[in-house]
Design a protein around this ligand. Structure first.
Ligand code: NAD
Length: 381
């Protein structure tokens, strides 16, 4: 067998399982490990002791004694585990291991954190993929290997089910997240949607901004210290799905502002302005935004606000890839459609980034490459 099964060797209440150790998840779980090694300091623990079962009280501190990872992609599992073992060195202190599927993760851990690609992956991990979805993909989970199957299967006691917290951090469709969250809560567990902003760097430096939606303050309070190990800002946005609502609004604005800045920069160039001069003017004027001050899209232009060369100066390598930027715009358009929100510019941004995605290998380049796309469209050099 490819995996080392680790089931019920240590207390379930002491255990956190991380599902999806890709570009983001591998850093996030590593930061949970690093934080868990530091000595616990829980000033509010005593006052809470009367309200919560002792079984998971120390998990309220957010520091698990055992961390399990779960991912069908063996290379990601091996790399993540190797790095975690290096962090542990000979000191131990926290047990690390692997579980084969979400069902085993839920049997073994009272806290589940997931960072996986799309809503179909989230359905597949938690409740089982709907029959119409691509259930034959290598990352799909059989219906009896889901978190829900573990919660309903009778192997866990009532307290264990009620102490199960699912923290879902992927950027996915809001309505699907709400539906899956309701199913988990219907089975007795807790659910928090907690998507992140800050990219791979933020995941690595534990400086993510984390936006949360939860149906009860208790779920959020339980998730907060866990999230605090991965981010520097943990913000409650409202009920189920509201973390995703905030994330999609932010990322739609991000796409629009990058497109707008790119158009302004190209227009300036064609009108005869120097790009560095115009960039500096925008950065001290009302057009200033993250795209202009940090992720400037014009290649070869170095602005004083930009600490390290942005992706535009590295052939648009790294950064926030166009595929994800477009995915988020697509999700925003879908969310707006559900609530009849007028979306003129957002819809247009989605359409343009969709076209950028279809160009050469630009799917995997930073989304500021939209500047280059406009330049090529206009025939400008
Ligand atoms: P990734 O593709 O690098 O990693 C996803 C991981 O999930 C992979 O290791 C994959 O094998 C694993 N996975 C797939 N199906 C699984 C299953 N059934 N069980 C367990 N693991 C499974 O993706 P990523 O860049 O880490 O992004 C993850 C999520 O975070 C996405 O929703 C993305 O939109 C969001 N996000 C990404 C960034 C970024 O800059 N990369 C920034 C913010 C948010």
């Amino acid at each position: 067998m490819r995996f080392t099964p680790i089931l019920r060797q240590a207390s379930r209440a002491d255990t956190l399982a991380f599902i999806g150790v890709g570009r983001m998840g591998n850093h996030m779980v590593n930061n949970i490990l690093l934080s868990s090694l530091s000595s616990p300091n829980h000033p509010q623990l005593q006052s809470a002791a009367g309200d919560f079962s002792p079984e998971w009280l120390h998990m309220k501190s957010g520091k698990p004694k055992r961390i399990l990872i779960c991912d069908p992609f063996k290379e990601n599992v091996d790399n993540t585990l190797r790095r975690m073992r290096e962090v542990l060195g000979s000191s131990g202190g926290v047990e690390v291991g692997v579980v084969e599927n979400p069902y085993e993760a839920a049997l073994s851990a009272s806290t589940l954190v997931s960072m996986i690609p799309t809503h179909t992956h989230v359905q597949s991990v938690y409740t089982g993929a709907p029959s119409s979805s691509s259930s034959s993909t290598s990352s799909s989970v059989s219906p009896d290997s889901t978190v829900l199957a573990a919660l309903k299967g009778g192997k866990l006691g009532k307290n264990e089910v009620e102490n199960t917290l699912c923290i879902e951090q992927s950027t996915i469709r809001m309505d699907v997240s709400q539906q899956v969250g309701k199913e988990i809560e219907g089975a007795g567990g807790m659910w928090v949607d907690a998507p992140v902003s800050g990219g791979v760097n933020g995941a690595e430096n534990a400086s993510l901004t984390i936006m949360c939606g939860a149906s009860s303050p208790a779920s959020f309070e339980r998730a907060k210290p866990v999230l605090g190990m991965m981010g520097k800002k943990v913000i409650m946005c409202g009920g189920l799905g509201m973390g995703l609502a905030a994330k999609l609004c932010n990322n739609m604005q991000l796409g629009i502002s990058m497109l707008g800045l790119s158009e302004a920069m190209l227009m300036g160039k064609k009108l005869g302005l120097d790009s560095e001069l115009l960039g500096n003017i925008i950065n001290t004027s009302t057009g200033q935004c993250w795209a202009s001050s940090i992720n400037f899209p014009v290649p070869g232009v170095h602005l004083p606000t930009v600490a390290k060369p942005p992706p535009a100066s590295r052939s648009y390598e790294g950064g926030f890839v166009t595929a994800l930027a477009h995915k988020d715009l697509d999700l925003a358009v879908e969310a707006a459609r559900h609530v009849d929100a007028p979306l003129y510019v957002g819809r247009l941004a989605e359409e343009i980034f969709r076209k950028v995605r279809g160009t050469e290998d630009w799917d995997a380049r930073d989304f500021s490459i939209v500047y280059k796309w406009l330049e090529e469209k206009s025939g400008a050099e």
